[in-house]
Design a protein around this ligand. Structure first.
Ligand code: NAD
Ligand code: MG
Length: 299
């Protein structure tokens, strides 16, 4: 029944592609046409994360917002991190967390800075009274012309991509180990780009391949402490990152090359993060990368 509703809302070839649109990074939800679906009206929890405490980086919008809503409805208290410019999105996400009857904590900060990564974790743990789930979800890319991609790379942007997507998860995970105990977990956000890299996203794709590597390696190292480490690898998902970092022409056909014929919605990715976080459902799942790609191969 729910699946049918989901198909009606998101499915169908007639809904492939989007109105051409662009934003400045990091992008805001309110400027998107259509507004993404984060499960506000559809996600139903069943106590899978009761009493747990989660930090979701980039939890203001897109996939992170959908995960925040789902986690709160599953019974978790939720801290989200975001950039200052995203305050309106963060406020809306936190209001959904609070509507679910859970504690919502907003922690602004630029995660390209290692000290900020550490302080975001410390603040989340202090305000939530501990930490059981770290979702390393903040990410950045910048799409470039196919022709001469390597020649077009700008040092500042590449360093922002690497710091946000690869270094921040390292420093955040390191800091979180002070708080994570037996039965807790880390979930990274990878990408289809780790498996099928696009020339337009040369540096981004490399960071996501590295995130996969980091995920399996950390899972190996932290298993003895009872901490599970996994990742979700989304395909094309309709979030502010897209109009904020692609040209309007690219946005117009975004997701149409997926075997399911369309981009996915954040609400369609969140259940994978719920599964991986659940100490009951995923008790023996660690070192896994779960694809949510609309049919693109994660091999
Ligand atoms: P989004 O723009 O809604 O979320 C990304 C978030 O990252 C932003 O909201 C922002 O708060 C955070 N962020 C970026 N730079 C930051 C910085 N320097 N400091 C702190 N926070 C920062 O877009 P999204 O698509 O939901 O992205 C979430 C994750 O999903 C990212 O890791 C992205 O790479 C990954 N992903 C997205 C897609 C997709 O098609 N949308 C596909 C595969 C993977
Ligand atoms: Mg955002």
């Amino acid at each position: 029944m729910t699946e049918h509703k989901s198909q009606d809302r998101h499915g169908g070839a007639q809904q492939a592609g989007f109105a051409p649109q662009e934003q400045e990074p990091p992008g805001l939800t309110s400027a998107m046409l259509p507004r993404p679906d984060h499960g506000e009206e559809s996600y139903v929890g069943s106590g899978k994360l009761t009493g747990m405490r989660a930090l979701i980086t980039g939890g203001d919008s897109g996939i992170g917002r959908a995960v925040a809503i789902a986690y709160a409805r599953e019974g978790a208290d939720v801290a989200i991190s975001y950039l200052d410019a995203e305050e309106p999105d963060a406020t809306e996400t936190l209001s959904w967390v609070e509507k679910a009857g859970r504690r919502g904590v907003g922690i602004p900060g630029d995660l390209t800075d290692a000290d900020t990564c550490r302080s975001v974790v410390d603040k989340a743990a202090a305000q939530l009274g501990g930490l059981d789930i770290l979702v390393n979800n903040a990410g950045f890319h910048f799409s470039r012309d196919d022709a001469g991609t390597i020649g077009n790379l700008q040092q500042e942007l590449v360093e922002r991509v690497v710091r946000t997507n690869l270094l921040a998860p390292l420093w955040l995970s390191q800091a979180a180990l002070t708080y994570l105990g037996e039965g807790s977990c880390i979930i990274n956000t990878s990408s289809i780009q780790a498996y099928a890299p696009s020339g337009k996203l040369l540096d981004y794709a490399a960071t996501k391949a590295a995130v996969n590597n980091l995920t399996v390696n950390l899972a190996e190292g932290l298993g003895a402490r009872g901490i599970r480490v996994n990742a979700v690898a989304p395909g094309p998902i309709w979030t502010p990152l897209q109009p904020a970092t692609r040209d309007a022409e690219d946005v117009a056909k975004f997701g149409s090359d997926a075997p399911l014929g369309r981009a996915g919605q954040p609400a369609e990715v969140a259940p994978a993060f719920v599964f991986l976080a659940s100490p009951r459902d995923a008790s023996y799942v660690s070192g896994s990368i779960l694809g949510v790609t609309g049919g693109k191969a994660t091999l």
